[in-house]
Design a protein around this ligand. Structure first.
Ligand SMILES: [Zn+2]
Length: 398
């Protein structure tokens, strides 16, 4: 191996270690990596002076001998932008290398106005985020998450049922307008990448993030890697069958799919059909007696106030979700399932329900499964999109 290649590998290893430890002394880096102290000093100096990714913090304690210089990632003026291009909202954030928010913006997608309006909104949103940085700051890149089958190499959205898009070249549209590197991936897979990169509390390598909104999908992580699969389509968790007797037809054409039976869309539709039920008085009040006003969120609010019909609906969808999660966890032996998306924003009410039912569908070794809200809440996809860029930064590819 040539010296340049070796240096790059060592540099990546040191950068990764500094990120993992938040702060670490040069002597500790030498100890952990097995590199010699002069090599560590030289590489750290490069990372500080040339790459501008690391900074000296001061001098740390040392057990005997000379005190050692402590370093950390340089968050100041090193920023990344993440965008969640969703069917209801476009959300974006600008964060530092530690995923601390510098700014965030959310605007309605207004999907009915069509493709060029959506592109215009994304550009406006990026410009608003960028306008809040100082002149010294560097933006390393922009990550974008979209619901659907996204080719992360070409930036082409091959299909997106939410938007009704096929073979849309998002990259071409955006890169002509904004001179920064762009990276793209599927929004749910990005939720998983975000947990992998920036969830500092639970250092886990086998988990899934389930996105329960108007559709249902999963981002699956095995051995610390996000699974893509042969066709890049892994994680279509919404299309496993959870009720073979069901007559409900999914948009994929099959019957009994989890997405058809437990999505936000299903919650609203069940509630709309029950609006005249005598036990739905709170629901009726919350939607002002107008069927079309009913959303999954209104049903959740009614359930929390004790509306019996709404409670019954959430109970039913929680049952289906647990059946689906049981299948997933028994297959993969995941340690944690994070739930994100609109339906998961209903807090304790929803998580208590799911937690009370999960054990029915889990084999004994998997009973330890934890079910938690996605760490970054409604910014889960944006932070995942940030991780897409962060991965490149940490690999020194930008
Ligand atoms: Zn389906």
């Amino acid at each position: 191996m040539d010296a340049g290649r070796m240096n790059l590998i060592n540099k990546r290893a040191i950068l990764k270690l500094i990120k993992e430890r938040s702060e670490i002394s040069r002597s500790a880096i030498a100890k952990v990596t097995g590199m010699t102290p002069p090599t560590v000093t030289r590489i750290v100096d490069e990372l500080v002076q040339n790459d501008n990714l690391v900074e000296y913090v001061g001098v740390g304690d040392s057990s005997g001998g000379r005190p050692s210089v402590v370093v950390r990632l340089k968050n100041e003026n090193n920023y990344i932008i993440g965008i969640d291009l969703g069917a209801t909202y476009i959300r974006g954030c600008m964060v530092d290398l530690n995923a601390s928010f510098i700014s965030d913006v959310q605007i309605p997608t207004e999907i009915e106005k069509g493709f060029s309006s959506i592109i215009e909104k994304v550009i406006q949103l990026i410009n608003r985020l960028i306008s809040r940085k100082g002149t010294e700051a560097k933006i390393w890149g922009i990550g974008i998450g979209v619901a659907g089958l996204v080719n992360s190499d070409t930036g082409i959205i091959e299909t997106s049922p939410d938007f009704g898009w096929t073979n849309i070249n998002l990259r071409k549209e955006l890169e002509n307008k904004i001179a920064l590197p762009f990276f793209y991936d599927n929004s749910t897979r990005l939720m998983a990448l975000g947990e992998l990169y920036f969830n500092n509390k639970t250092k886990i390598s086998d988990f899934a993030v389930i996105n329960v909104g108007y559709g249902i999908a999963a981002g699956i992580v095995i051995d610390g890697k996000v699974v893509k699969g042969h066709a890049g389509f892994a994680g279509e968790f919404g299309h496993i069958s959870v009720d073979t007797c069901s007559d409900v037809i999914c948009k994929c054409g099959m019957k009994g799919c989890l997405e058809a039976l437990a999505s936000g869309h299903r919650i609203a539709s069940l509630a709309k059909n029950s609006i005249t039920n005598k036990n739905a008085s709170i629901l009726r009040r919350f939607c002002e007696n107008i069927q079309d006003n009913i959303t999954a969120e209104i049903v959740a609010n009614a359930a929390k106030e004790g509306d019996l019909v709404s409670i019954q609906i959430y109970d039913e969808i929680a049952e289906y979700l647990c059946r689906g999660m049981g299948t997933l966890v028994n297959l993969l032996s995941s340690e944690v399932i994070f739930i994100g998306g609109g339906v998961a924003l209903n807090g304790d009410f929803f998580f208590d329900l799911v937690n009370s039912k999960k054990s029915k569908y889990l084999l004994t070794p998997n009973l330890k499964l934890q079910i938690l809200p996605a760490t970054f809440g409604e910014q889960a996809t944006s932070i995942g999109a940030v991780s897409l860029v962060m991965e490149k930064v940490m690999n020194l590819e930008l």
